[in-house]
Design a protein around this ligand. Structure first.
Ligand SMILES: Cc1cc2nc3c(=O)[nH]c(=O)nc-3n(C[C@H](O)[C@H](O)[C@H](O)COP(=O)(O)OP(=O)(O)OC[C@H]3O[C@@H](n4cnc5c(N)ncnc54)[C@H](O)[C@@H]3O)c2cc1C
Length: 407
């Protein structure tokens, strides 16, 4: 118990954290509360989880990883790293993972968290059903057969407290990860499709000033990587996305095949992911505008320089979840790891948003942003859906009032 911060430490929550140990206890808490928000593992960089009333964690609810005919049903507070090892042990896998295994399944799905891969939708794309505690304290289960299901998965915590999710699974697979240094940034722009389609999951790291881009390729088949590729060189040792950080924090590279859950994330569960002393932003533009977007970011490179630690480019396949970053369009994800000084970062974020707005950029719900939420075409449908589930606004907070105001 006690006051808490988010993972990065830039958000201090006003409320004490309540940690019910049973679903029934959680139901009573929700039914009695005037205001409730849920905190997952706190890896968001803004006040999305903040509460003026109860702040609830589902991390202490009974842990469930139950494989059935419809997939794997997991308790909401489990971290991906906890469920993926259990799945791998049973010869099963998920379609994709984010850059870190430390985040809770419910928190990741609530914000549209994604990994990379031309054929891979966001993590929430694997959700086949959810069960949540609604505003009246009753349990509600929704499946893909429900008409509003596509609006209910990337929920920003606005519909209720999710207690379990069922995820699609597939047979376990191996991944080999190789890193290339020195891809000319001109080639990233001119040969974008060749770069991003070169593996099951591809990430390109740059600071938009250095002419050399680092590319991480994660292939499902064993790769005997060429020493040179598109002007890039095979890395001569392990790499971390942030050059000054220890490469040992990153997952195994060098083409050594291994289980999907130990290669798809960039960071190992036992180490601090990324830098820790940071803020993050991310914007999503249509895949067919990738070249234009890269041109915009290169033009802003010197503006980024004082505040940017690293930038990452990924791709996401289109899906139909209303508030998903890739809803309705194949997508390029443009990520920024900033220094942790919001007064310096915020003006750069605003300049970035102004430059990307004409490309239809959408912001990541869990990262630092100022606007562009209107670029999600289903926002009004989502607000109406949330009003239906939560007519008195029990699950609303300042973040939702700012970015998804009720009409
Ligand atoms: C180092 C680092 C790397 C990252 N890498 C990626 C990446 O690769 N791809 C990407 O897309 N994002 C990435 N993120 C962002 C991160 O995935 C999202 O912020 C995600 O939401 C974090 O999950 P969480 O459990 O910490 O959620 P929190 O930040 O705790 O909460 C996020 C939202 O989910 C809601 N929520 C949580 N649990 C529940 C529940 N049980 N019921 C209802 N609502 C709930 C909260 O109320 C809140 O609205 C990264 C973040 C960090 C710090």
């Amino acid at each position: 118990m006690g006051a808490v911060t988010n993972w990065a430490g830039n958000v201090h929550f006003a409320s004490e954290l309540r940690r019910p140990r049973t679903v029934e206890e959680l139901q009573e808490l929700v039914a009695a509360a005037a205001k409730v928000r849920v905190l997952g593992t706190g890896h968001s960089f803004n006040r999305i989880a903040d509460s003026t009333g109860e702040l609830v964690s589902v991390l202490d609810l009974p842990k469930v990883v139950d494989v059935g005919a419809d997939g794997v049903t997991v308790s909401a507070g489990l971290r991906y790293g906890e469920i993926t090892a259990a799945l791998q042990a049973q010869g099963l896998a998920l379609h994709n993972l984010g850059s870190l295994p430390h985040i809770s399944v419910s928190g990741a799905c609530a914000t549209g968290t994604h990994g990379s891969g031309d054929g891979n939708g966001p993590l929430a794309d694997a959700v086949g059903s959810i069960t949540f505690v609604a505003a009246d304290g009753e349990l509600v289960t929704l499946t893909r057969a429900d008409p509003d299901f596509a609006g209910s998965v990337v929920s920003l915590g606005a519909l209720g407290v999710v207690v379990s999710l069922t995820l699609d699974v597939q047979p376990a697979y191996q991944i080999s990860q190789v890193v290339y240094d020195g891809l000319p940034v001109d080639r990233l722009e001119s040969d974008f499709d060749a770069v991003m389609s070169s593996a099951y999951s591809v990430s390109a790291f740059t600071d938009w000033v250095d002419p050399d881009v680092m590319v991480w390729r994660k292939r499902r088949e064993l790769e005997a990587p060429a020493p040179e590729w598109l002007g890039a060189r095979l890395a001569d040792g392990p790499r971390h996305p942030i050059k000054v950080m220890p490469a040992g924090y990153a997952t195994q590279q060098g083409g050594v095949p291994g289980p999907w859950n130990e290669r798809l994330p960039h960071f190992r569960l036992e180490f601090t992911p990324s830098n820790g002393d940071e803020l993050q932003s991310e914007y999503f533009v249509p895949r067919d505008r990738a070249g234009e977007a890269i041109g915009v970011l290169r033009a802003l490179g010197n503006r980024f320089a004082p505040v940017l630690q690293v930038s990452e480019v990924r791709t996401i396949a289109a899906d139909d979840l209303w508030l998903s970053p890739s809803q309705g369009r194949d997508t390029v994800a443009l990520h920024f790891t900033w220094i942790q000084d919001e007064s310096l970062v915020r003006p750069v974020v605003d300049a970035l948003e102004a430059a990307l707005a004409p490309l239809g950029a959408r912001p990541h719900w869990g990262k630092v942003f100022t606007g562009l939420t209107e670029q999600y075409p289903k926002v009004q449908d989502f607000i109406a859906l949330a009003n239906t589930h939560d007519p008195n606004g029990k699950f609303r907070n300042g973040y939702l009032d700012t970015y998804l105001p009720r009409g």
